[in-house]
Design a protein around this ligand. Structure first.
Ligand code: ADP
Length: 161
């Protein structure tokens, strides 16, 4: 039984993330989306809000679950008896950081491997930060997020201004 953890901040989940989740769910028996509870990044959404948004957009995938985690990623992977970590690669700029992360994790937990999925070309430019920047100026974010998430992001930005 192959079990994967797909970790990230997901602040908020984008169509790029969802594409990686759907492709991973086809390859693996079970996928755990790990939402990082990291206060130092000062996210727009609380970890509970990010978990709920992910649950909402993955409800059609019956082998996907969503959890939050703090601390070391490899500890979270071990606690869930998962085999691999999945990460998405958009561009060469992601590569250096992702390679460092994967190699470090491999040193501290040699039994856990990292696999990379290349982005869907349609979403190769897309990041949660870009979406937040555009939303902050009331730009059109509908092409980047599932419709219900776009609505939540607009409401959040409005409530903050
Ligand atoms: P982190 O804070 O860990 O970078 P993110 O939520 O930004 O978390 O991203 C989680 C994972 O999803 C990372 O592996 C990232 O490279 C990947 N990812 C983000 N956006 C996209 C995208 N548009 N296409 C493919 N993968 C993506």
């Amino acid at each position: 039984m192959a079990k994967a953890v797909y970790p990230g901040s997901f602040d908020p989940v984008t169509l790029g993330h969802l594409d990686i989740i759907e492709r991973t769910a086809k390859m693996m028996d079970h996928v755990i989306i790990g939402v990082l509870n990291n206060n130092s990044k000062s996210p727009l959404f609380s970890v509970e809000e990010r978990v709920n948004m992910l649950k909402n957009v993955t409800s059609h995938l019956d082998n996907v679950e969503v959890q939050s985690f703090g601390g070391l990623l490899v500890d979270f992977v071990h606690q869930n008896h998962a085999d691999v970590i999945v990460r998405g690669l958009r561009a060469i700029t992601d590569f250096e950081y992702e390679l460092q992360l994967a190699q470090t994790n491999r040193v501290i937990a040699p039994d856990v491997d990292t696999i990379f999925l290349t982005t869907n070309l349609k979403y190769s430019y897309l990041s949660s930060s870009i979406v937040k920047e555009i939303a902050g100026y009331h730009g059109d974010i509908s092409g980047f997020l599932p419709p219900e998430i776009a609505r939540i992001v607009r409401d959040k930005i409005r409530s903050r201004q």
